[in-house]
Ligand binder design. Structure first.
Ligand code: GTQ
Length: 346
C-alpha cells in the first residue's frame, strides 16, 4: 500500500473510532493483546514490609486514634503496583491491626470474609457470632462472610495481627454489604473454644448440617499447626520448592477453610534453598519464625519474624532459610481452582 493510501486509511480509522466512541463502542483490535495476554500481566509487584519499620508506626497509630473511633485501627499494606486501591494483590487486601489493652473494636458484619493471623501478643479475643476465641501468636482465625464480629483486648499487652480479606475480589463482583452490630460488643452466649471442641478433633456433632462453605472451625491454634509441621519434617523429605507445606481445611467438607481465600503454613528446614516456583495465585506471606530470603531473579527480599511479603502471580520466586523458618501464607487459590483457572509451574 502506498504511503498516501496508508495515511488516508489511518485517518479513516481514527474518524471511525471517534464516531463509535461517542456511543460507548470501541474496536477490540486496538486492545486485544493488552486484555488477552500470553501469560498473566499483573500490576502486583513483589514487596516486603519489615516489622521493624511497621511496629513504631503501629504504636504511633495507637497514640493517634482509638480502636473505637477508628472502628478498626489498621495500617493497610498496599502493593506498590496498586497504590490507592487498598489491595496487597489484585484480588486481596491485607493490613496490620492493633488492639491495645482495654480496647474494643465494635461489632459489625460484612460480605467480605476475613482472616486474622496473630503476629504479637496473647490474650486479646475476637467474637464471631456469639463465640469468643482468645488468640495468641501464630493462631489463624476466620471471620466468615456476614457474621458479626468484634475484637477486644482484656490482656495487659498490645496485640497485633495481620488481617487478610477478599475486599478487592468482592468489590470486583459488586456483591458487598455491611452493617453495624446492635451492640458494641456482642453478647457472647457460647462457651469459649466451642468450635474447636465440636470440629477440631476429626469429629462433628451428629446433628450438624453445613450452612455455608466456610469452615465451622474458625480457630486454628498455632501449637497444633506447629506440631504437625515438626512431625512431618522429621518423617518426610522437603519438597524442592516449598519445603513442608500444609493447607488449612474445613474439617467437615475437606475443602478449603474459606471459600475465597486459601491459607497455608509451611516449614523450611535450616539451610533450605528452594527451587524456582510460580503459580497464578499472587501470595501473601507472614513470617512466624526464622530468617531467610525470597528471591525473584535479581531482586531479593530478606525476611525475619513478623515481616510480611507478597509474591505476584506467575513471577518465579524461590525461598531460602538460614535457620528453620515457618511461614503462613494466603492467596485466592480456592477461587481460581473453583473456576478451573489455577496453574503452577516448577
Ligand atoms: O476486623 O473487621 O483490616 O472490617 C478491614 C476491614 C479489618 C475487621 C480490616 C474490617 C476488619
Amino acid at each position: 500500500m502506498s504511503a498516501v493510501l496508508q495515511t488516508e486509511l489511518a485517518a479513516d480509522r481514527k474518524a471511525f473510532y471517534d464516531k463509535i466512541d461517542k456511543a460507548n463502542v470501541t474496536p477490540l483490535w486496538e486492545v486485544l493483546h493488552n486484555i488477552i495476554t500470553a501469560t498473566p500481566s499483573t500490576p502486583c509487584k513483589p514487596h516486603l514490609w519489615k516489622w521493624d519499620q511497621m511496629w513504631p508506626w503501629i504504636q504511633e497509630a495507637g497514640r493517634l486514634i482509638s480502636a473505637q473511633e477508628a472502628e478498626r485501627r489498621v495500617l493497610v499494606l498496599e502493593n506498590p503496583g496498586l497504590r490507592g486501591r487498598s489491595s496487597i494483590t489484585h484480588s486481596l487486601y491485607a493490613g496490620l491491626q492493633l488492639i491495645l489493652p482495654g480496647e474494643v473494636a465494635p461489632s459489625h458484619r460484612h460480605s467480605q470474609s476475613a482472616l486474622r493471623f496473630i503476629l504479637l501478643g496473647r490474650g486479646a479475643y475476637t467474637a464471631v457470632d456469639g463465640e469468643k476465641v482468645t488468640m495468641g501468636v501464630g493462631d489463624f482465625v476466620i471471620t466468615p462472610s456476614w457474621t458479626f464480629h468484634d475484637h477486644g483486648n482484656p490482656s495487659e499487652e498490645p496485640m497485633v495481627w495481620m488481617d487478610g480479606l477478599d475486599v478487592p475480589l468482592v468489590e470486583l463482583l459488586d456483591a458487598q454489604f455491611m452493617e453495624k452490630g446492635p451492640q458494641e460488643a456482642q453478647h457472647t452466649n457460647r462457651t469459649e473454644g466451642d468450635n474447636l471442641a465440636q470440629f477440631g478433633n476429626t469429629m462433628k456433632p451428629v446433628e450438624y448440617r453445613a450452612k455455608s462453605r466456610t469452615s465451622p472451625l474458625f480457630w486454628y491454634p498455632y501449637g497444633r499447626t506447629r506440631e504437625a509441621l515438626e512431625t512431618l519434617a522429621q518423617a518426610h523429605d522437603a519438597h524442592p520448592c516449598w519445603g513442608h507445606k500444609l493447607q488449612y481445611t474445613n474439617p467437615v467438607s475437606g475443602d478449603w477453610a474459606m471459600p475465597t481465600i486459601g491459607t497455608f503454613m509451611q516449614l523450611l528446614p535450616k539451610g533450605f534453598k528452594g527451587k524456582d516456583y510460580r503459580s497464578t495465585d499472587s501470595t501473601v506471606y507472614a513470617v512466624v519464625e526464622g530468617k531467610g530470603r525470597c528471591r525473584f531473579g535479581g531482586e531479593t527480599l530478606v525476611f525475619g519474624p513478623r515481616d510480611v511479603f507478597v509474591c505476584p502471580s506467575w513471577l518465579p520466586y524461590r525461598l531460602e532459610a538460614d535457620e528453620q523458618a515457618v511461614l503462613f501464607s494466603f492467596s485466592d487459590r480456592p477461587v481460581q481452582q473453583a473456576l478451573d483457572l489455577w496453574r503452577e509451574a516448577f
